[in-house]
Design a protein around this ligand. Structure first.
Ligand SMILES: [Zn+2]
Length: 251
């Protein structure tokens, strides 16, 4: 009798482990999502200009702290040590088109300010230990704003307290979370690597959409549209602004 009981208990334990492994597998990772909204779109707008377009959220502030760092459009760090992953949404990863625009948008709204978090009661954190939640600034839902602005795609991963489809427009992109294995960020910047010889006058050119920067002599620079070019006088200047070096020309 006690032997059978033991068996049942160990079966239950195995079942629980399997279930938790499955839920860990549905991680908040990149899907290769991109958009071509220029980084200049919001440069003349203040945070309050943007916030005033939106109505107050019904989400509740369960935690509040100062945002000390914006990692990208969907991840911020707080001064209480918490790392927040915006729930229900996904923005372009570093090096992917649209990364800078989405990141700058969140920076404008959150960086250095006290933000509120409505933590996902159904799933508190992701596999990286980041708290999953809605970020609230001046009573407005920033996750929702990212979707409505086209700066993020819907990434709905049940179980979740929040249903991001309610925040989106009809034309908002939806993440295909079944094909997250190997995203194709390498398709950008795939010009040939005939560069290294002349590094030019020491100037560097960034692409505001991809968030990459190049030596002025890189073949990618000639293919870049003028509107996306950002010029830097030094490598440090580019890095300081969040640009990542091109893998072809190694600036
Ligand atoms: Zn390059």
């Amino acid at each position: 009798m006690s032997f059978n009981k033991k068996h049942i208990v160990s079966l239950l334990v195995i079942l629980l482990i399997a279930i938790s492994a499955l839920s860990i597998a549905s991680a908040y990772t990149g899907t290769g999502f991109s958009h071509n909204i220029p980084s200049t779109k919001y440069s003349d707008m203040s945070a309050s200009d943007i916030l005033s377009k939106y109505s107050d959220t019904e989400c509740h502030v369960e935690e509040s702290a100062v945002c000390t760092q914006v990692v990208d459009g969907d991840t911020i760090y707080l001064d209480n040590g918490d790392k927040i992953r915006f729930v229900g949404v996904n923005t372009p990863e570093r090096g992917v088109e649209g990364y800078i625009t989405s990141k700058n948008f969140v920076q404008k709204l959150c960086l250095g300010k006290t933000v509120g978090i409505d933590i996902d009661d159904s799933k508190h954190s992701d596999k990286y230990g980041r708290t999953l939640g809605v970020v609230i600034v001046d009573g407005k839902n920033v996750n929702e704003m990212l979707l409505k602005e086209g700066l993020a795609e819907i990434m709905y991963m049940p179980p979740s307290e929040f249903y991001p489809y309610n925040w989106a427009n009809a034309d908002t992109h939806v993440a295909d979370t079944h094909s997250t294995s190997s995203s194709s960020s390498s398709s950008y910047d795939s010009g040939d690597s005939s560069s290294s010889a002349s590094s030019g006058s020491g100037s560097y050119v960034g692409n505001a959409n991809t968030g990459k920067f190049h030596k002025a002599s890189c073949s990618s620079v000639s293919k870049m549209s003028e509107g996306n070019k950002v010029f830097f006088s030094s490598r440090n200047q580019a890095v300081d602004q969040g640009y990542v070096p091109c893998k072809l020309c190694n600036p």
